[in-house]
Design a protein. Structure first.
Length: 368
């Protein structure tokens, strides 16, 4: 592969993570009907992916660095393909949740090792811009998933999972560089317990359990409150992903100059403001506009946190990043469990309460 194209498979891998996670959001009514259950229970189809993903991220980056990035990523892409096939063929909710869980397990290795490979190929002075490009592909995945998921929901929801089978197998051909470490150079788990790493982790969890996960609320409100179709709900969600796609590489270049810590504090405070605006939605159009604004800031927050995670432990980039991302996706995975019951009582209250957690996150990031 030409040198100018070497990063492309890593960027495309960044597309797959959020694509697989958010694919189910516009399908909630169809999944609810297929598996004959409630909205609260169907929320677990999102959580079943993110909880094992988040928990395994605590150690997956370090383990992957020990085993070798190339071998680990190739194997877990194939596991992801098999798990997606399980979802496509699932005869009941239990089997579907099992497939979703193994998708999350596979991606727990893929995501940090792709970014670790990206960090090793590029100097730190330019790493923010590379993470920005990577995050723009993540945003593209987050935007395309609701659209593809919504179209599938209006036709045959299982078809979307067959698409992820094909993409995963294709990406397994192009894993990042990285052979198994020698015993003398193996990364340690001890440096994951340093104060600065823990602070970044908790700050990440708080903002993820709050304003960064608010796309779940947008999907539910669009379908259940404003009664839009699955494909139209996908278009609403795509608005946030599109602004995320545009702003992420721009912000990635800026944080190289501002600094990773200062930029993360600034974006956390900004996110509180923009995500709170969603509470003023009066219909699908205003919901789409407010989410488009908030979604762009979510992308900037993602860039800053990933840059912090990949550089906080220089001799264990994969481990540091996976540890921080674990807290992020644990927060996002718990989002439906925490906030969907609140929405039943007050949509506005859920938005404001979730958004306000960004203030606590900014405080912890400032102390790092």
């Amino acid at each position: 592969m030409p040198k100018s194209m070497r990063n492309l498979p890593l960027y495309l891998g960044g597309f797959m993570g959020p694509f697989g996670a958010t694919l189910v959001l516009p399908m909630f009514p169809e999944l609810r009907t297929s598996f004959r259950t409630s909205t609260e229970t169907i929320g677990w189809t999102f959580t079943a992916y993110l909880l094992p993903f988040a928990l395994l991220l605590l150690i997956s980056g370090t383990l992957g660095e020990k085993w070798g990035r190339k071998r680990t990523v190739r194997s877990t892409y194939l596991l992801y393909a098999f798990s997606s096939m399980t979802c496509a063929l699932a005869p009941n909710l239990q089997i579907f949740l099992l497939g979703r869980s193994f998708q999350g397990i596979a991606n727990a290795f893929i995501t940090p090792l792709l970014l670790s490979g990206l960090a090793e190929r590029n100097p730190e002075a330019k790493f923010g811009s590379k993470v920005g490009i990577y995050a723009s592909f993540q945003a593209l995945g987050m935007g395309m998933a609701p659209l593809i998921g919504g179209i599938s929901a209006d036709t045959e929801w299982r078809a979307a999972f067959w698409g992820t089978v094909f993409i995963s197998i294709l990406l397994s051909i192009f894993p990042p560089d990285g052979e198994p470490r020698q015993v003398s150079s193996m990364p340690s788990f001890k440096n994951l317990l340093e104060r600065k790493v823990i602070l970044i982790g908790f700050a990440t969890f708080i903002v993820a359990a709050g304003p960064m996960g608010i796309n779940v609320l947008v999907a539910v409100v669009a379908r259940d409150e404003f009664n839009v179709s699955g494909s139209n709900a996908g278009l609403i969600l795509m608005g946030g992903a599109f602004s995320n796609f545009i702003l992420s590489p721009i912000w990635g270049g800026k944080i190289d100059k501002i600094g990773f810590q200062k930029s993360s504090v600034l974006v956390a405070v900004t996110l509180v403001v923009f995500s709170s605006m969603i509470a003023f939605s009066t219909g699908p159009i205003t919901l789409g506009i407010f989410w488009a604004l908030a979604g762009g800031v979510v992308g900037c927050m993602s860039v800053a946190l990933q840059a912090l995670g990949a550089t906080v432990i220089p001799d264990n980039r994969g481990g540091g990043l996976s540890f921080v991302l674990s807290f992020r996706f644990l927060g996002v995975g718990l989002w439906p469990i925490i906030w969907l019951p609140v929405i039943n009582y007050s949509f506005t209250g859920a938005v404001v309460a979730a958004s306000s957690l960004g203030i606590a996150s900014a405080y912890l990031l400032a102390k790092k």
